[in-house]
Design a protein around this ligand. Structure first.
Ligand code: URA
Length: 275
């Protein structure tokens, strides 16, 4: 029950306190209001009622659902193919950045404030890849500038590096609302942009921060716990592989500080092999 004495400001502050940091539509939903097209709920059958089964409406609903699913899959394939074509036009990171900013094939762009492209040194031999921008990155337009970014800075400093020695990017250039996990379709559509960044930068080694980056680039569904701690290969082409190290995401370390030692160990192995 909402206290009628609360001001709009009080209510909004309560939402922010509760973790709601997004408004997704400009038109409010009137959930309690009945619309013309709303189908009335069927009354539940009583215990002794004979329930007649008629499969026709169910069948057509299934066909509708299947069609919608097929349309969605086709949209994803078209968007991914457009992303591929765009990427082929880019020969430098600056060109690719402009093309990503102009791309309208991923709905995440509609809810994001900024396109967050890669940052750091495009000549670097080490490329770090996260999942997607968070609220701070979405506000500032730069990757890893929030709490996870500060922890990442400490991790790379521990092996004698700064942001100027690495290139940092994400699987997705747009923030998923409320930091939800990206969908398979969103990853599929945006992956060509990430792959083109790798082709242009040609790093000596990739550091995959968390399961989303590892699964997207290694094309598997293994958990990050299974993937971390091993040297893996990212296929740049049919003949060239780039060594890749998967490790826990800094956001995970903020929630599970006891796992930090493993990541420090991973970066030390990186240092021994590549620095
Ligand atoms: N988490 C990510 O994966 N990427 C960012 O840029 C920030 C937080």
């Amino acid at each position: 029950m909402i206290d009628e004495n609360l001001s709009v400001k009080d209510i909004l502050e309560w939402y922010v306190w509760a973790g709601v940091d997004e408004t997704l539509g400009e038109i409010p939903f009137a959930l309690a209001q009945k619309t013309e097209t709303e189908t009335p709920l069927k009354p539940l059958p009583k215990v002794n009622d004979v329930v007649k089964t008629d499969s026709t409406p169910q069948k057509s609903a299934t066909i509708e659902t299947r069609k919608a699913t097929t349309d969605l899959a086709q949209d994803t394939l078209n968007a991914r193919s457009n992303a591929h074509k765009l990427c082929a036009q880019a020969t430098s990171i600056e060109e690719l950045k402009k093309l990503v900013e102009s791309f309208d094939g991923c709905a995440l762009k509609l809810t994001a404030n900024k396109t967050v492209f890669g940052g750091g040194n495009p000549q670097a031999s080490i490329m770090l890849i996260g999942e997607a921008p968070g609220a701070d990155e979405d506000r500032l337009g730069e990757p890893f500038v929030g709490r996870s970014g500060h922890l990442l800075d400490k991790i790379i400093q521990a092996v004698g590096l700064t942001r100027n020695d690495v290139y940092i990017t994400n699987v997705l250039p747009w923030r998923p609302p409320g930091n939800r996990t990206p969908t398979t379709a969103e990853v599929a559509v945006c992956l060509p942009f990430l792959k083109r960044q790798i082709e242009i930068i040609q790093p000596k080694v990739l550091v995959l921060l968390g399961g989303s980056a590892a699964n997207a680039l290694l094309d598997n569904e293994d958990t990050i716990s299974k993937l971390r701690g091993k040297w893996l290969d990212y296929p740049l082409s049919d003949t060239v592989q780039i060594p890749a190290m998967a490790t826990f995401h800094p956001a995970y370390l903020l929630r599970n500080p006891a796992q930090k030692a493993k990541v420090w160990g991973d970066f030390l192995r990186l240092k021994l092999k590549f620095l």
